[in-house]
Structures are given as structure tokens and as C-alpha cells.
Design a protein around this ligand. Structure first.
Ligand code: 16G
Length: 256
């Protein structure tokens, strides 16, 4: 604890604002396991004495880490390292919705809406959804959470013949698509690594630059028409995607 809060290396010039330097130190101590989940931090007053920083600076650093989800504050009992997020394992071969994935775990997923609108499509939406000149696109942007923990940001784009009024989606998008006979029966998913931007990291309650998983899903009807183009950003510390692998038919014949 002494080294984490030692005044050494906290420079008032050249290394950025002092509260950010202290935040970096605490975050590093959590990442390296020197501070463990549920560990309590010294009171603000003590941290100020140990670091030689003002109480205002210490408060600003702690408040920022609370907002990012690294620390939690309990009224009357102090500041603690946040509990670890429960990692979720998700099968990649099942075409399920977020709501269904949570229900299978006996949990209820929540959505925090960022926007629901009709707009002029961007070039990649035109390409993915096969839109024509003058077509509009329905866009849904939301943060998906479970037990109050934000897990993913989802940005879904759909043709307006599938979703003419985006505001009708209040809970599950797939439930709405199912009702209209537009639920995808096949999807192609592409997963890449991404470092979260400041805004996305803030929405997910993690530090900027944290590793995330970028997933693009293109969903098709049985007729082959594209109904959904969704770009999601999952927290890398919260999700494991698992795929079942089988021998190819040639290998099976060889093995028999
Ligand atoms: C999943 C899908 C997303 C779909 C959403 C619908 C991935 C990577 N993405 O999150 O494409 O739009 O489910 O969920 O699995 P909802 O029916 O609960 O709104």
C-alpha cells in the first residue's frame, strides 16, 4: 500500500495532471494484483498525507475511478476495489439474442438506450444491407447490461422494410423481428480485437484503451435477404466466446 501511495514519481510537471497520475497508479496496482477485488483503500485524508497531494486531487482521482468501475464507494464504510466481473461464456454457433443469452443463464438483460432513429445510411450500411439510393436506415444504439454491469455496446442497423419505426423496439429486437416474421435464421459474424475509445470505455465503465471485442453480425432471412447489420463492442474482461469444432467429413472418413 505504501508504494502505491508514495509521493515518489508523482511529478507536478511533464507527466499530466496529478489526479490522472494517481488514477494510473491505482489502476496499475489493480491490474497487477497488488490491490485485489474488495480490498479497501485508505480514507481520502490518509491518501492525501501519504501521496503529498491535496485532498481535492485525491477526491478527483477516486471519483474518476469510481465512474470507470475500478473502485466502488459504500456510504459510511469507504472505498473498495470493485469486485471482478463475472465472465460469461457464449457459444458462437447459436444464433441467439442478447435477451435469450441472459435468460439461459437465469438472468435478465437490461438496455440503456443511446439512440433510436431513421437516418441516411452510411456507405458500409448501404453495402451490408443492400440499400438503394434514397433509402433510409433504422438505427438502434444501446448499452447492454446484466445485473447492472455494462457488458456491450450494440449498434444495430436495419432496412426500413424490416423496421419502419425504430421506437417500437423497447426490449428485445429479435422479439420484434420475430413478430414481424423478420427474425434472422442465419448470420455471419466477424470478431476482431479493439481498444476501446474514451467514449465507449466510459459507456462500459472501464478505463480508456482497455481491450474489447468488436463483433459484426450480418443476419439473413431464409430467402437470403439481409435484415440486420449489427456492430457490437464487448468488454474483453467479461466475455469468452466458445466454438465447438468438428472433424471435416474427409477427416471423419479417414478416422473410421
Ligand atoms: C445479440 C447480437 C445482436 C442482436 C442482439 C439482439 C451478438 C454479437 N449480437 O447481442 O446482433 O441484434 O443480440 O438482442 O451476439 P435482443 O433481441 O435482446 O435485442
Amino acid at each position: 500500500m505504501e508504494t502505491i501511495f508514495s509521493p515518489d514519481g508523482l511529478a507536478s510537471t511533464g507527466a499530466g495532471p496529478l489526479y490522472l497520475q494517481l488514477q494510473r497508479r491505482i489502476r496499475e496496482a489493480v491490474t497487477l494484483g497488488r490491490l485485489k477485488p474488495h480490498d479497501s483503500l485508505p480514507p481520502e485524508r490518509e491518501m492525501a498525507v501519504m501521496t503529498g497531494l491535496s485532498r481535492v486531487t485525491v477526491r478527483k482521482a477516486v471519483e474518476g475511478l469510481v465512474a470507470q468501475g475500478t473502485l466502488v464507494q459504500r456510504r459510511g464504510s469507504g472505498t473498495f476495489v470493485a469486485p471482478p466481473v463475472e465472465r460469461m461464456e457464449q457459444a458462437l454457433s447459436l444464433l441467439t439474442s442478447f435477451t435469450e443469452d441472459m435468460a439461459r443463464r437465469g438472468k435478465t438483460g437490461q438496455s440503456h438506450w443511446l439512440s433510436r432513429m431513421l437516418d441516411a445510411p452510411a456507405p458500409e450500411e448501404i453495402m451490408a444491407l443492400g440499400l438503394g439510393a434514397g433509402d433510409r436506415v433504422a438505427r438502434l444504439e444501446r448499452v447492454r447490461s446484466c445485473d447492472g454491469v455494462p457488458l456491450a455496446i450494440e449498434r444495430a442497423s436495419l432496412p426500413t422494410w424490416v423496421l419502419p419505426v425504430p421506437s417500437v423496439v423497447t426490449g428485445s429486437l429479435y422479439a420484434v423481428l420475430q413478430q414481424g416474421g423478420y427474425r434472422p435464421v442465419r448470420a455471419v459474424q466477424r470478431i476482431t480485437a479493439a481498444n476501446l475509445t474514451d467514449r465507449d470505455a466510459q459507456l462500459l465503465g472501464v478505463a480508456a484503451g482497455t481491450a474489447g471485442l468488436k463483433i459484426e453480425r450480418i443476419g439473413y432471412l431464409a430467402s437470403g435477404r439481409v435484415v440486420e447489420f449489427t456492430r457490437s463492442l464487448y468488454r474483453g474482461d467479461a466475455y469468452d466466446f466458445a466454438v465447438e469444432l468438428k472433424l471435416s467429413s474427409d477427416q471423419e472418413r479417414g478416422a473410421a
